[in-house]
Design a protein around this ligand. Structure first.
Ligand code: NAG
Ligand code: NAG
Ligand code: NAG
Ligand code: NAG
Ligand code: NAG
Ligand code: NAG
Length: 490
């Protein structure tokens, strides 16, 4: 969830990209024993990071990781909603295969008995461990984060997580509220800690245990911030004085945006401080001073997250495990633009980097196949890096394409537009992202049969990346756009 100033446009995008950087610590054959894996998953982090060129953000720890990693400038999530995105990249299958577009079904029962990345490592002799938000909780992971299949022992959840959406934010009136903006004095909050701090501590305890283990490990650490509410230690706010916060470069709803593409940010509106603004539904706008405060708190939450990543990576160093560990860092939503990759390629790539057999390509359909990949093994990029060459110069971004999708309950923004339940889905937006453009078609969808009807086109979007990087000018009905679309037809 980006800061609201940009919600108007950025959340309207079907294609949310993802920040993914991978580090192959010791890819040479001289390494003794198999490599460990540390998978860091961050909730709702877009590339508001120094390593992605954002000069306003303080993220020294993630930037340092990125500086010794392969950084994917153009990585895209398959559906920018927590549960569908996570189930997609953890199984390496697209949402149309996991059949999860909402939060309400378990793929092993409703789609196919697909293996997950941690399960595959576990079956290959790894100790697999989950800390914090890795799978989305609830029925989408069978109320168990897919235990016992994915994990060697029960997943850890921070005890203070239960206060995230409660009245623990001190408002200007001195009272406690359940607010969107929630800088806190950590000593004052229930249990005197925050979920991501607890998760870091637990992850470090597990690393200490694994130091002497005979088996390699796969540790997944899922951080909650910067997902809303922005509940973070208040000292991080000082990094971003309000007077220095700029507004989104394009806060208006673009004239050519089809209403079906617009997300009315209902989840923000539920918070007490936002309710008090009496914002009009669906388009707002949000008062400018509140836009600044949202951006300030998003940035502060990113810096808070960054310090947690810093503690975790320092512990890995102190334990002398860095040399033998592949580190992957990814978010489930976000955005940014060289070689286009899909988050669902994380799974075969991690298997390949760790020296495991890379699962074969999936047949179509693949509901009956437990282990296969719909994405690519991105290992070739690491080999190029080992040769000391810039992989971006070697790859051909013109040959790569990323696909994403997003469901809607109606052609116009309504209360459940951002997160429709399966039965309410009437329209599915399918996007193709190339290095030059994003092309989206919104088509009729039957949730009982899981069928998209491509002859029932509700709306279309087409944005040219070079001339319109923020995707504000929909060229779908323009002659330049029609020429491109004609050329794509077989
Ligand atoms: C590692 O080296 C051995 C002996 O030279 C060779 O047989 C093996 O294929 C190599 N493994 C990899 C992953 O390169
Ligand atoms: C699903 O996969 C798991 C793990 O491989 C296996 O234990 C289980 O028996 C499978 N269930 C079905 C119904 O095939
Ligand atoms: C889901 O969890 C329930 C309760 O623990 C268990 O009985 C059931 O077998 C699980 N489903 C699958 C597909 O493993
Ligand atoms: C805020 O902006 C002023 C003026 O550009 C600059 O001098 C100051 O360093 C900035 N403060 C921070 C914390 O970035
Ligand atoms: C919002 O509406 C309430 C009730 O109508 C009113 O008391 C309050 O002043 C309004 N707040 C703003 C910021 O307009
Ligand atoms: C890690 O690699 C560095 C540089 O190659 C080396 O000096 C160090 O001893 C290695 N540490 C371990 C634990 O292998």
């Amino acid at each position: 969830m980006p800061p609201a100033g940009q919600c108007l446009l950025w959340l309207g995008l079907v294609l949310a990209s993802v920040c993914a950087s991978l580090e192959s610590a010791a890819p040479s054959n001289s390494t003794t024993g198999p490599l460990n894996v540390l998978l860091i998953i961050v909730d709702d982090l877009r590339p508001s990071l120094g390593c992605y060129g954002d000069k306003a953000i303080r993220s020294p720890n993630i930037d340092q990781l990125a500086s010794r990693s392969l950084l994917f400038q153009n990585a895209f999530a398959q559906q920018a909603v927590c549960a569908p995105s996570r189930i997609s990249f953890l199984t390496g299958r697209r949402p149309d295969t996991t059949r999860l577009y909402d939060f309400n079904s378990y793929w092993r029962i409703h789609a196919g008995n697909f293996s997950t990345i941690p399960q595959y490592f576990k079956e290959n002799g790894y100790v697999t461990m989950s800390v914090g938000k890795v799978f989305h909780p609830g029925i989408s992971s069978n109320y168990s984060d897919d235990s016992p299949y994915s994990w060697s022992f029960p997943p850890y959840h921070p005890s203070s997580e239960k206060y995230e959406n409660t009245k623990t934010c001190r408002g200007p009136d001195g009272q406690l509220h359940a607010n969107l903006l929630c800088p806190v004095d950590v000593a004052d909050v229930p249990e005197g800690t925050l979920p991501d701090k607890q998760s870091t501590e637990q992850a470090i305890r597990l690393l200490e245990k694994m130091k002497t283990s005979a088996s390699p490990f796969f540790l997944a650490v899922g951080y909650h911030k910067p997902h809303i509410p922005f509940r973070y230690p208040k000292e991080f706010q000082k990094l971003y004085p309000l007077e220095n916060i700029t507004l989104a470069p394009d806060p208006q709803v673009p004239a050519g945006l089809p209403p079906v593409a617009y997300n009315p940010w209902m989840d923000i509106r539920q918070r007490e401080d936002v309710q008090a603004l009496n914002l009009s539904v669906p388009y707002g706008p949000i008062p400018v001073d509140f836009q600044r405060k949202i951006r300030q708190s998003y940035f502060a939450s990113v810096s808070y997250l960054d310090t947690q990543v810093g503690h975790l990576l320092s512990a890995l160093d102190d334990l002398q495990l860095t040399n033998s560990t592949i580190i992957a860092f990814a978010s489930d939503h976000g955005r940014r633009v060289m070689d286009l990759v899909e988050l669902l390629s994380l799974s075969p790539t991690l298997a390949g980097l760790a020296g495991l057999h890379v699962p074969p390509r999936c047949p179509v359909p693949s509901f009956h196949v437990q282990l296969c990949r719909e994405g690519q093994n991105l290992g070739k990029h690491f080999q190029l890096q080992d040769l000391g060459e810039d992989p971006h110069l070697r790859g051909n971004p013109r040959e790569s394409i990323a696909y994403s999708q997003y469901p809607r309950p109606a052609d116009y923004p309504q209360w459940n537009s951002d997160k429709p339940s399966l039965k309410d889905i009437k329209v599915m937006g399918y996007s193709i992202r190339t290095i030059d453009y994003r092309y989206t078609v919104w088509v009729g969808f039957d949730p009982r049969e899981f069928l998209a009807n491509f002859s029932d086109v509700h709306a279309g979007e087409l944005y040219f990346v070079d001339s319109d990087p923020l995707q504000d000018h929909n060229m779908y009905n323009d002659s330049q756009g029609r020429d491109l679309l004609q050329s794509l037809m077989p």
